[in-house]
Design a binder for this molecule. Structure first.
Ligand code: FAD
Length: 419
């Protein structure tokens, strides 16, 4: 049906960022065609944390009920020391939900991707797979993409949601992903396999330790259990090419508490994720080509905001498109794209810059060792667990304009533990 019309917008990349942006723009009455390079839409079969600043948007899209039905609403987020398993601090997620109006949830990645995919299909997004975009360029009236094999397509605007190794990003900056030398192992297993491992059935638990951390939470109504093991790779530090290998996994958690050591054999050992982010950039728009999601701001995952930021990007963009929309006439969508993209670029880069840098700082704080670790633990144990000054700037409503963005956020006084 929509194939008879020229699309108004092309979205490149069918991850959580691209699919959610395509949905958001379609809800504003635009014709959207999305291209994904893989043969099928898919995500890793592991877990994803989605904070209130994301569930608020899912609710706006009418998708929160389905998300809650497929996911888990944990009761607490508990931070423990990885060496002695002592509790350091926690967030009461029921109280957090009262504060922000929307829940903190965990969900299987492929379930969330499926929710967006089905919503895109219902909304009439044109979904094209097996389409590897190799270049982007502006045209007099819009932007054009070229695919491997030579096929091209064009529209008024192109949204590049093509992930960490974004091709579109090279239009704006010639940077490289920054190697953190940390690697993540994942594993999601039936809950029965961890029943005797002293796990929290209803919480998100993060064990923080010397150059490592370990995350656990339930998935799919508690029938599954998700674990993430993250550590610094000595081989990466030594400059070796094959780093983050399973022998390093076991060694990294030597001497950690039994709760972690019991979990390690359940990690998938045939795949691991080397952790890169990029330095923040403040310019995401080149003519009618705009970056979104990891293409614009890939973080280290310690704030659990990477996918959430991508979803926020699409929501903010669509709100500004809606605000800059005149009546459709002929082939033209009626959107003032320069204004809409300008408004998007005026607010999102600063927020995402803060998250990317805060995630790096979190990593430093989590991975301290020796005396600094003990000092950190003292600080964390003494914090008021109902103090939300650390989460308001992230979990509060997504800002549409710079003046809605909280000005400053507090930082843990790292200086006192860093010298
Ligand atoms: P991607 O998911 O990378 O999607 C990009 C898509 O574009 C892919 O489908 C790809 O195939 C396609 N593509 C790429 N290039 C092209 C091309 N040239 N042509 C056509 N298609 C192309 N985030 C959270 O919010 N909460 C969490 O709890 C969380 N935990 C994490 C844990 C780990 C261990 C890791 C590694 C990350 C975590 N994240 C988390 C981050 C989150 O996974 C990412 O930020 C998010 O998935 C980015 O989505 P995206 O759509 O922007 O990019």
């Amino acid at each position: 049906s929509s194939a008879t019309h020229r699309p108004d917008v092309l979205v490149i990349g069918g991850g959580i960022g691209g699919l959610s942006a395509a949905l958001a723009l379609t809800r504003k009455g635009l014709r959207v065609r999305l291209y994904e390079k893989a043969a099928e839409f898919g995500e890793v079969g592991a877990g994803l944390q989605i904070a209130p600043n994301c569930t608020r948007i899912l609710d706006d899209y009418g998708l929160l009920r389905e998300t809650v039905a497929l996911g888990v609403l944990p009761e607490h987020m508990v931070m423990k020391d990885a060496v002695d398993a002592e509790e350091l601090t926690r967030l009461n997620l029921k109280d957090l939900q009262r504060r922000y109006g929307f829940p903190y949830m965990v969900i299987h990645r492929s379930d969330l991707l499926g929710i967006f995919l089905r919503a895109c299909e219902r909304a009439g997004v044109e979904l094209v797979t097996d389409a590897h975009c190799v270049s982007y360029g502006n045209t007099p009236g819009g932007a054009r993409v070229t695919f491997a094999g030579g096929r091209t397509d064009e529209a008024e605007t192109v949204i590049a949601a093509d992930g960490l190794h974004s091709v579109a990003r090279t239009l704006l900056v010639h940077d490289e992903p920054v190697n953190s030398a940390y690697v993540a192992y994942r594993g999601a297993v039936p809950f029965d396999q961890v029943r005797t491992n002293d796990v929290h059935e209803k919480d998100v638990v993060v064990y923080i330790g010397p150059r490592c951390h370990f995350v656990q939470y339930p998935l799919r109504g508690g029938r599954m259990f998700n674990q993430v093991a993250v550590f610094e790779s000595p081989k990466a530090l030594a400059g070796e090419e094959h780093w983050g290998t399973p022998d390093e996994l076991d060694r990294a958690f030597d001497g950690m508490c039994p709760q972690i050591r019991k979990g390690l054999p359940l990690m998938w050992r045939d795949r691991w994720w080397r952790m890169f982010d990029r330095d923040p950039i403040m310019n995401w728009v080149s003519g009618r080509i705009a970056l979104l999601g990891d293409a614009a701001h890939p973080p280290l995952q310690y704030m659990a905001q990477g996918a959430v930021m991508a979803i926020e990007d699409g929501w903010v963009l669509a709100e500004h498109v809606g605000a800059q929309q005149a009546r459709r006439s002929g082939q033209s969508s009626g959107v003032d794209w320069d204004k809409a993209l300008g408004a998007y670029e005026a607010v999102r880069p600063e927020h995402c810059r803060r998250v990317v840098l805060a995630a790096r700082a979190w990593g430093e704080l989590w991975h301290l060792e020796g005396l600094k670790r003990l000092q950190r633990n003292t600080l964390l144990r003494s914090r008021d667990t109902y103090d939300y000054s650390f989460t308001d700037w992230v979990y509060g409503p997504t800002a549409l304009t710079p003046d809605q963005e909280p000005e400053l956020y507090p930082t843990i006084p790292l200086d006192s533990v860093n010298d």
